[in-house]
Design a protein around this ligand. Structure first.
Ligand code: COA
Length: 122
């Protein structure tokens, strides 16, 4: 099930980020993520299976450009279509909000994910 992010989902997502080896930077604390969510409540999403959060994504919309932040699926559940489903949901809602262009930043040390992201693009 894909649903909107709630503040109580933070710890589960943080655990996934840490499993992926992502550092928790100053903009990734619960408080900072909450600022992003409050500006973008419709496009802050998690994927939940049997009550457990297994991934998520945060959309950011500044009125012109849609940005994709922290797309992730926990390793155990990768490759089963959940990441693509999350991105499809995000893009659909962003379109409804009026977003006409989306940007995705990839860190230099994670370039191998670009191939997957190309397949995920709806
Ligand atoms: C990127 C990520 C969210 C994708 O989610 P996922 O659930 O594993 O991906 P899906 O199962 O939905 O697969 C989407 C597409 O990529 C393909 N794919 C999945 N894993 C792949 C891999 N390792 N190599 C090549 N293609 C792959 C799938 O076949 C599918 O393509 P298709 O629609 O043509 O069949 C997930 O792999 C992840 O969390 N990665 C680590 C975090 C990360 O790097 N996030 C991006 C930050 S920029």
């Amino acid at each position: 099930m894909i649903r909107k992010y709630k503040e109580s989902d933070y710890e589960a997502l943080k655990e996934i980020w840490q499993t992926l080896g992502w550092p928790i930077s100053t903009s990734d604390t619960k408080e900072e993520i909450q600022k992003l969510v409050e500006k973008n409540p419709e496009i802050s999403l998690v994927y939940e299976i049997e009550g457990k959060v297994i991934g998520g994504v945060f959309g950011g919309y500044d009125g012109r450009r849609g940005l994709v932040h922290k797309l992730c699926i926990t390793p155990k559940h990768q490759g089963k279509g959940y990441g693509k489903a999350l991105m499809m949901a995000l893009e659909l809602i962003m379109k409804e909000l009026g977003v006409v262009k989306m940007s995705f930043w990839v860190k230099k040390d994670n370039l191998n994910v670009v191939e997957i992201l190309r397949k995920i693009r709806v």
